[in-house]
Design a protein around this ligand. Structure first.
Ligand code: FCB
Length: 457
């Protein structure tokens, strides 16, 4: 099937382009009770009967907390110049306020130093969903107090690590945290209330802007930004009702986050749709949300097609479908990036996640994951097309380095380009990883940061 892997011209990507792999703390670290880590909302949620497909949790995961040094060797072996990871808030500040946990902080300190030693840029995310349970007990993201707790946490982490990380992302996917966490309730903390969800969304955005201001005041020189999960939302037909529904869904997924971040206002059509479920906004909030940032990270997996009655089943499209049930639609990534660049004044963009789950088989030390290899190659080609249309793209990161705990889907869905045997914790490079490694070896000069990070590197 190799002939169906596109040849990507290395000239498509400029010198200094960022090539990475991504993970998040709860999905890989394990060591949930070690060295003073506090509980997060995902520890709690995983214990609810039926919440996780296979009844699993992140207690052990990939044992990355213990295996970080060999995992760094693995990352280095790929030839990437970037690693995107997240700090587990409850590991460094177990109750989400007050005392810091020195051992937890030391872990990330070692990790960042290890990346630097290997010439790999550290891209740190502050909140990849694992809010301290102690803060959830006081209302979580639905409570305005959590905004201030997050700003303190952001400052604490940045003061310790900010001299050595290329970028700091405040939040990963506020849509997922608010809507899946508080409206549909299929993710932690499992609340089902639209009004609460929209209040949580507002507080996530507000805390993002406040944290960016606070980090700038501290003199942190890392690039600062936020990561959104975005997709083109298309109408199933030209009928007015289908188009209206697609427009509303675009409002809820894309414009609800992009408009406040880049235009300091929520979209009117979505506010009208929400009615009394619209969030309470205090005077001055919107200007804070729109505090200028250095970059926007986009996580892209697929598109969505809506008719008036709801989402279309991607299986009806005849297209290839991943193990998550998501349609493979690389052209959507070009379309999305070009649209974002057209509609908003974004200084720089990264694709911070892109990848796919497929049913892999480890046979004689090999995983012939041709479908994943093709998926990644086609999406990199789609990024190249967006670059050629003038989108200020700075980098691309594969989700994920390792097979890991895929939230409510548990361990059955494997996104890694590196296979993990959960019995032995052995890591095996899949064919997709070998392809990526080979592709990266053809890329021009891969510096650690666009302008040479900065102080430390
Ligand atoms: C994204 C998450 C990431 C991973 C991928 C598959 O929504 O940010 O942690 O689960 O989906």
């Amino acid at each position: 099937m190799l002939e169906s892997i596109p040849q990507i011209h290395s000239t498509a990507f400029p010198e200094g382009f960022i090539w990475g792999v991504a993970t998040s703390a709860y999905q890989i670290e394990g060591a949930a009770a070690e060295d003073g880590r506090g509980a997060s909302i995902w520890d709690t949620f995983c214990r609810l009967p039926g919440a996780i497909a296979d009844g699993s949790n992140g207690d052990v995961a990939c044992e990355h907390y213990r295996r970080w040094a060999t995992d760094l060797e693995l990352i280095a072996s790929l030839g990437v110049n970037a690693y995107r990871f997240s700090v587990a808030w409850p590991r460094v500040q177990p109750l989400g306020e007050g005392a810091w946990n020195a051992k937890g902080m030391a872990f990330y300190d070692r990790l960042v130093d290890g990346l630097l030693e290997r010439g790999i840029g550290a891209h740190l995310t502050l909140n990849h969903w694992d809010l301290p349970q102690a803060l959830q007990d006081k209302g979580g993201w639905a409570s305005r107090d959590t905004v201030h707790r997050f700003v303190e946490y952001a400052c604490g982490v940045a003061q310790r690590l900010g001299d050595r990380v290329v970028s700091i992302t405040t939040h990963n996917e506020p849509f997922v945290q608010s809507i899946l966490g508080h409206e549909s309730g299929i993710f932690a903390p499992g609340v089902r209330d639209r009004g609460v969800a929209m209040q949580a969304a507002h507080h996530l955005l507000l805390s993002h802007g406040m944290a960016v201001q606070a980090l700038r005041t501290l003199g942190i020189r890392s690039d600062l930004g936020i990561v959104l999960n975005l997709a083109p939302i298309q109408a199933a037909s030209g009928a007015a009702e289908d188009r209206a529904r697609a427009h509303l869904e675009d409002g809820r997924l894309v414009r609800w986050y992009m408009d406040p971040l880049f235009k300091a206002a929520y979209p009117e059509d979505v506010l009208a749709f929400l009615g009394q479920d619209a969030p309470r906004i205090e005077h001055g909030d919107m200007a804070i949300v729109a505090t200028p940032i250095d970059f926007l990270g986009v996580n892209y997996y697929s598109r969505a097609v809506f008719s008036a009655s709801g989402p279309q089943d991607p299986h009806d499209s005849g297209a290839e479908i991943t193990d998550m049930g998501w349609e493979v639609y690389p052209e959507g990534l070009t379309e999305l990036l070009v649209r974002l660049h057209r509609d908003y004044a974004i200084p720089a963009l990264y694709v911070t996640e892109n990848g796919a789950a497929f049913k892999d088989q480890l046979v004689n030390g090999r995983v012939h994951d041709t479908a994943r290899m093709r998926y990644i190659a086609n999406h990199i080609a789609a990024v190249g097309k967006a670059l050629h249309q003038g989108v200020p793209l700075r980098g691309f990161m594969v989700w994920s380095l390792l097979d890991n705990f895929e939230w409510a889907s548990g361990y059955a869905k494997r996104f890694g380009i590196v296979h993990v045997d959960y019995q032995t914790q052995r890591r095996t490079l899949k064919d997709s990883a070998l392809w990526y490694q080979n592709f990266l070896s053809s890329q021009p000069d891969k510096s650690v940061a666009p302008d040479g990070l900065r102080a430390a590197a």
